[in-house]
Design a protein around this ligand. Structure first.
Ligand code: IPE
Ligand code: IPE
Ligand code: MG
Length: 244
């Protein structure tokens, strides 16, 4: 059977039931490569295409915020060759993607820590995304050298350094202002590919009431059709936030 075009499914999507913010745990690149007897990095390379498709559809649907989990603070535990390859890939792809992101009016930024990264590398990638900071469209966060627990600790340190007196009035409602995602709505939907049912330290604070969608599809095979399926599933969810 021919692969269904995503546009056929698009008509069933109620624009009023779209998430404002989607977080995506892009997992399964290694398994995808293994199935093809190729090195792990080949899977990461292939994953870049899926990311472009999701961004494209995000723009089409006028989503407000997308967050991609690209490299976790725990991913340093991988072989140096893979880590270095991933860092290189991220820098190269990002540079290549900038003209398109400018056309798409995308505001791109990193969320994560500079700690552990070569300062020159960090400066270079930060400068690369800075050119998008005049854009007013969809916000795309690249969670890179990101860990949810570290983000919470970093946030608390920021608060103590900038305004220790705020400790008195600190609350679940205002703490978000100290996180890497300050000013952005919490994710409504977290998508994880490759059939793993865990958060792996992703947006721990912000995901408190996120809907979670797991698909067996490996990240390099994820595309617009897959995203629509996730969005249709989300649209059918009943969110209660603890109420009745
Ligand atoms: C996810 O793919 C991408 C990153 C962690 C950067 P994996 O590399 O974890 O792929 P699997 O889980 O081994 O298949
Ligand atoms: C989560 O995937 C991190 C990213 C997608 C960047 P992992 O493959 O690192 O997660 P675990 O180790 O299976 O939990
Ligand atoms: Mg994995």
């Amino acid at each position: 059977m021919a692969k269904k075009d995503y546009k056929q499914l698009l008509q069933y999507l109620d624009p009023g039931k779209l998430p404002r913010h989607i977080g995506i745990i892009m997992d399964g690149n290694g398994r995808w490569a293994k199935q093809r007897n190729r090195p792990h990095l080949f899977g990461h390379q292939a994953g870049a295409k899926a990311l472009r498709q999701v961004v494209e559809l995000g723009v089409e649907l006028k989503l407000e915020h997308l967050t991609f989990y690209a490299f976790s603070t725990e991913n340093w535990n991988r072989p140096a060759e893979e880590v270095n390859g991933l860092l290189r890939l991220l820098k190269e792809r990002l540079k290549k993607q900038i003209p398109e992101m400018m056309e798409q009016n995308i505001y791109a930024q990193f969320i994560g820590t500079a700690v552990g990264l070569d300062p020159d590398y960090w400066k270079e990638v930060s400068r690369t995304v800075e050119v998008t900071h005049q854009n007013t469209g969809m916000v795309v966060n690249f969670a890179f050298n990101y860990g949810g627990r570290l983000e919470i600790i970093d946030g608390f340190k920021k608060l103590m350094q900038s305004s220790p007196e705020s400790l008195e009035t600190l609350s679940p409602e205002n703490f978000g202002a100290y996180l890497y995602t300050a000013g952005q709505p919490d994710p409504d939907l977290i998508i994880r590919t490759s059939g793993e049912y865990r958060l792996s330290n992703f947006l721990l604070w912000q995901s408190a009431y996120a809907e979670i969608y797991v698909t067996d599809t490996l990240w390099p095979d994820f595309d617009k059709l897959e995203l629509i399926k996730a969005l249709l599933d989300y649209a059918g969810r009943q969110r209660r936030f603890g109420g009745r």
